[in-house]
Design a protein around this ligand. Structure first.
Ligand SMILES: Cc1ncc(COP(=O)(O)O)c(C=O)c1O
Length: 473
């Protein structure tokens, strides 16, 4: 067994270098990993040893390890057992056209993976497996294991105001599968057109289209989905991100909620409520789920992807009785059931209060990261306009209309800043105003600020390029 590496291998951070200490330390470790001086699996010093021997605070080491873990250079399970990753990120990305690892990654759809409560999850797995009757290892019920359905019904009622009972809950492989199942059921029942928010989550269009439905765009403004336009669209069903519109961050206003429910009742339409990140509201308590007001017309859709981790592939639907059996039948044909041990683990995790504790820890964490991002935008890119309520894992920053979004994305890529634009969220990308979807969940505050400063450099370079092109004309 190899012991931890000698601390003297690393360049001690310099307080006068003008760069944060943890960023210097990260660079030093990252270089050692990339250059092969630290082979895969090598244990790194505990944060305490590192801090003592280099004369820096432990927090600096913890922050550096968290960042390197998020990048995939190390695997971290608490400071004492951090190791160089077995598979380096560059090898994992092999096959992609550009294997350069981004220095700053504003991925909008992932939580802080370095904050995943791995130890508690493992304990929940151990308990779940130990206490599971042998029968749990057979073919489990298609709607989900009863323990998880019961726990979810209680949790969703308490945390989101959802009118749920165990028999209405279907556990699925993420929201993605749940929405696909619903679309197939709608199509089989004769629904032809489903309204989707424009801008909206790009995958919804593809999923609906693949199920044979025609996705119909309905605009979104600062009050969320425009229900008058929905009513005029001729759609027979709709999807809505009511608590935190994806990507604009608008909240569906009380008047629009009422109008949406009135529309669903009067046309006997179904509304899919995608509640993907509603647990994270930073300025007030989250608004309750729309589903509670019309449980017979709203399909509630939730997911573990934002509150825990996308890799779990755990999602859940709360279904009106009118469609429940059909959706369960689709699920059965898809994959019989979602893996039972994962479900039992989540049931254990929630019922022991671990999800509540994790969310209590993550809210202030994300709130301060969001604030840091907004501050950095104000300082480095004041021409960007942040829209939406303070909630979720990303914000939308609109760019001045005369700047080309594609050019900014390309210039950001040159600077190894990974960022997504607003274009792909629109039915007609060309009609989208230029904007950036900036995820803040997975980068420490210092990196968010540096990443924004790089983005500002990208915007300035685009402006310079556009000016010189204009002069040349
Ligand atoms: C709007 C929206 N809904 C749902 C999801 C979650 O999908 P899943 O549960 O399949 O990971 C995402 C993930 O990015 C999303 O952005």
């Amino acid at each position: 067994v190899r012991g931890p590496v000698d601390v003297t291998l690393f360049v001690p951070p310099d307080r006068h270098a003008g760069t944060a200490l943890h960023v210097q330390l990260e660079a030093s470790i990252r270089d050692a990993v990339r250059e092969g001086r630290l082979p895969p699996g090598t244990p790194l010093p505990s944060s305490r040893t590192f801090a003592e021997e280099l004369g820096i605070s432990r927090g600096v080491v913890v922050e550096a390890y968290a960042q390197l873990a998020a990048e995939g250079h190390v695997t971290a399970r608490g400071g004492s057992s951090t190791r160089v990753a077995e598979v380096p990120p560059a090898a994992r990305a092999a096959g992609a056209a550009d294997v350069r690892v981004p220095r700053y990654d504003f991925h909008p759809y992932v939580p802080d993976l370095a904050a995943f409560p791995a130890d508690v999850w493992l304990r929940s797995t151990t308990r779940a497996v130990r206490h599971a009757p042998f029968g749990a290892l057979g073919y489990s019920p298609t709607p989900g294991v009863p323990q998880l359905r019961t726990v979810l019904a209680t949790y969703l009622g308490r945390a989101r105001g959802v009118a749920a009972s165990e028999d209405r809950v279907l556990v699925c492989n993420g929201h993605t599968q749940g929405f696909a199942l619903v679309c197939r059921v709608l199509r089989a029942r004769g629904t032809r057109r489903i309204a989707l928010e424009d801008p909206g989550f790009f995958l919804h269009r593809d999923i609906a289209g693949r199920a044979g439905l025609e996705p119909v765009p309905v605009p979104v403004d600062e009050d969320g989905l425009d229900v008058e336009r929905l009513a005029a669209s001729g759609a027979e069903a709709t999807l809505v991100t009511a608590a935190h519109q994806s990507p604009t961050g608008a909240v569906l206003s009380p008047r629009r909620r009422q109008a949406l429910i009135a529309w669903a009742r009067s046309t006997d339409a179904l509304v899919v409520e995608d509640d993907y990140d509603a647990e994270f509201r930073f300025d007030r308590d989250p608004v309750g789920a729309l589903q509670a007001a019309a449980p017979d017309h709203v399909i509630y859709a939730g997911s573990a992807s934002k509150i825990l981790a996308p890799a779990l592939r755990l999602g859940w639907l709360v279904l009106p009785p009118s469609v429940r059996d059909d959706v369960v039948a689709e699920k059965e044909l898809d994959d019989l059931a979602t893996p039972a041990l994962e479900q039992l683990t989540l049931a254990e995790f929630i019922s022991r209060g671990a999800l509540d504790r994790h969310l209590r820890r993550m809210r202030p964490h994300y709130r301060s990261r969001r604030r840091a991002l907004v501050r950095a935008l104000g300082r480095h890119l004041p021409e960007a306009r942040v829209v939406g309520v303070p909630a979720g894992l990303h914000l939308l920053a609109l760019l001045p209309p005369d700047v080309s979004e594609d050019a900014v994305l390309a210039a950001a890529g040159e600077r190894r800043v990974a960022v997504r634009g607003l274009g792909p969220t629109r039915f007609d990308p060309a009609a989208a105003p230029p904007g950036l979807m900036l995820g803040y969940a997975s980068q420490p505050e210092e990196m968010l600020a540096q990443g924004v400063s790089e983005l500002a450099g990208a915007v300035a370079a685009v402006r310079r390029g556009e000016e010189s092109a204009a002069r040349a004309r």
